[in-house]
Design a protein around this ligand. Structure first.
Ligand code: DC
Length: 237
């Protein structure tokens, strides 16, 4: 790394708190936030709008390769625009969540989005959250965290999230949704959800989002300190 700010990868399953943590950490660090789940969700929504089946790998790949997606910082969340239209809430609908999990299993989609994601993180100073950031998108990321929590806690979080948006869902439906997405995300052949070997595992169950974000910030500070020390020693010798 030559004076470039690090790439911070935060991966984890549904309800692990990674979106909140990534947002807080990016704010504390003054880094750009990239929510890669929003990109997969946008492919699922775009497919729905264009009447493309979530199993049609080739056409989904084309949609993914030509995706017109833009992020904009909002007051309490990041806004997402697809083809110039705000889709921040539309992509979080339970149906689109399942669709995102389905479309993300297809190779043409993952291939097309790899470059999109790498371009977004290329200049460093970025917190990128998803499922395979530390393993596939940025295996060379300088800081990697894998966040997780028990299924009970994750289902409860997802349930609260949906309820706060006025969705009429039961805890049982939410459990089914989370289990199905866990299964699909962990068992797919391509880039399955798993921690990178060099990721720091953080159980978000007993911690507040602030505390988890502080741990991520501490990992970044440790990394920068070590880098500075190495440079200093190289300079001396
Ligand atoms: O993080 P999320 O729940 O918004 O992600 C939605 C879906 O997108 C998730 O079920 C799997 C997929 N995804 C992926 O395969 N790879 C990523 N880096 C991010 C998300």
């Amino acid at each position: 790394m030559s004076g470039k700010l690090p790439v911070v990868a935060i991966d984890g399953p549904v309800g692990s708190g990674k979106t909140t943590v990534a947002r807080l950490a990016a704010k504390k660090l003054g880094y750009v936030l990239v929510d890669t789940g929003a990109i997969y969700r946008s492919v699922a929504l775009k497919a729905r709008q264009a009447d493309v089946d979530w199993n049609d790998a080739d056409r989904l790949g084309e949609l993914a390769a030509n995706l017109d997606i833009r992020f904009e910082e909002g007051r309490d969340k990041q806004k997402v625009f697809l083809d110039g239209v705000e889709v921040t809430d539309a992509i979080r609908e339970p149906e689109i969540s399942q669709g995102a999990s389905e479309v993300s299993a297809h190779a043409p989609v993952r291939d097309a989005l790899l470059d999109t994601q790498r371009d977004l993180g290329l200049s460093g100073g970025v917190v990128m959250e998803g499922r395979d950031i530390g393993t596939v998108v940025f295996p060379e990321a300088q800081v990697k965290a894998f966040v997780g929590a028990s299924i009970e806690i994750r289902v409860q979080r997802r349930f609260e999230e949906l309820k706060s948006k006025g969705k009429q869902v039961s805890l049982e439906d939410t459990l089914r949704e989370v289990r199905l997405r866990d299964q699909r995300d962990e068992q797919r052949a391509l880039a399955p959800l798993k921690p990178a070997e060099d990721a720091v595992l953080i159980d978000t169950g007993p911690l507040s989002a602030e505390e988890v974000a502080d741990r991520v910030v501490a990992l970044v500070s440790d990394f920068i300190e070590k880098e500075t020390q190495i440079k200093h020693e190289n300079h001396k010798s």
